[in-house]
Design a protein around this ligand. Structure first.
Ligand SMILES: *[C@@H]1O[C@H](CO)[C@@H](O)[C@H](O)[C@H]1NC(C)=O
Ligand SMILES: *[C@@H]1O[C@H](CO)[C@@H](O)[C@H](O)[C@H]1NC(C)=O
Ligand SMILES: *[C@@H]1O[C@H](CO)[C@@H](O)[C@H](O)[C@H]1NC(C)=O
Ligand SMILES: *[C@@H]1O[C@H](CO)[C@@H](O)[C@H](O)[C@H]1NC(C)=O
Length: 197
């Protein structure tokens, strides 16, 4: 706890764009990532953005989640992102490749992003830095198996990346249920959840 606060303070005091050494240590890519650890759904807990326009767009969301499946097919695995916005659920499915702690989208002409899994002290979390290769802008997302996580470390990490304060998601908002296409029962579930949120 103390270390986290000390680092945050260091970052506050840093006026240059170059991150202090402590910050670099703080945003270390994972040495080892067992793909099996990723399998299943993760709720978005908080996000940090370099681009203020994205921040505004993001605040319109009630909830957001990701789902890794078919991880045994590494390096090519299945990635679904769902967002709940304006009372509706939106999902997007992508095939991604995982090499070490770096994930890339297989259709790079559609999503030219490099995602790096970073170290976090939160045990049921994944911390992902999204580097947009076209705009060179970064985003930092904290996902968790639970909906609420201690935020101090993430806030400091966002600050280390010189981003404005993160958006913290409301843990009480319903997540979207992902329906496999063509399953009417699952679709009903998704609609019901949408109304409750
Ligand atoms: C899972 O991976 C296997 C082997 O690569 C592939 O044949 C199958 O289509 C994949 N399933 C899904 C749902 O992506
Ligand atoms: C959140 O959900 C409620 C109820 O579905 C909806 O009316 C509202 O517009 C949603 N807010 C956002 C930011 O999506
Ligand atoms: C992705 O971005 C990089 C860096 O700007 C660029 O070199 C590459 O051509 C882009 N790839 C696609 C498919 O747009
Ligand atoms: C995650 O994706 C898999 C494969 O599409 C699906 O079977 C599963 O129900 C999804 N999990 C959630 C919580 O949506």
């Amino acid at each position: 706890m103390f270390a986290v606060c000390a680092v945050a303070l260091l970052c506050l005091m840093s006026v240059s764009h170059a991150a202090p050494v402590a910050c670099e240590e703080f945003l270390r890519p994972l040495d080892q990532l067992d793909p099996r650890h990723l399998e299943g759904r993760w709720a978005l807990v908080a996000g940090g953005f370099e681009n203020p326009a994205f921040l505004k767009f993001f605040k319109r969301r009630n909830s957001s989640s990701i789902n890794f499946s078919n991880v045994s097919a590494t390096p090519s695995i299945s990635f679904t992102h769902s967002a709940h916005s304006g009372g509706k659920c939106y999902s997007r499915h992508d095939s991604v490749s995982l090499k070490g702690s770096v994930l890339t989208f297989n259709m790079r002409d559609r999503l030219n992003l490099t995602v790096t899994f970073l170290d976090t002290s939160c045990h049921d979390c994944v911390l992902m830095r999204f580097d947009d290769e076209s705009t060179k802008l970064q985003r930092l997302y904290l996902f968790s198996r639970s909906r609420e996580v201690e935020m101090e470390e993430f806030k400091a990490q966002v600050q280390c990346l010189n981003m404005p304060p993160p958006v913290v998601m409301d843990p009480n908002k319903e997540l979207c249920t992902q329906q496999p296409t063509g399953d009417p029962a699952a679709q009903t579930d998704a609609k019901t959840e949408g109304r409750k949120a």
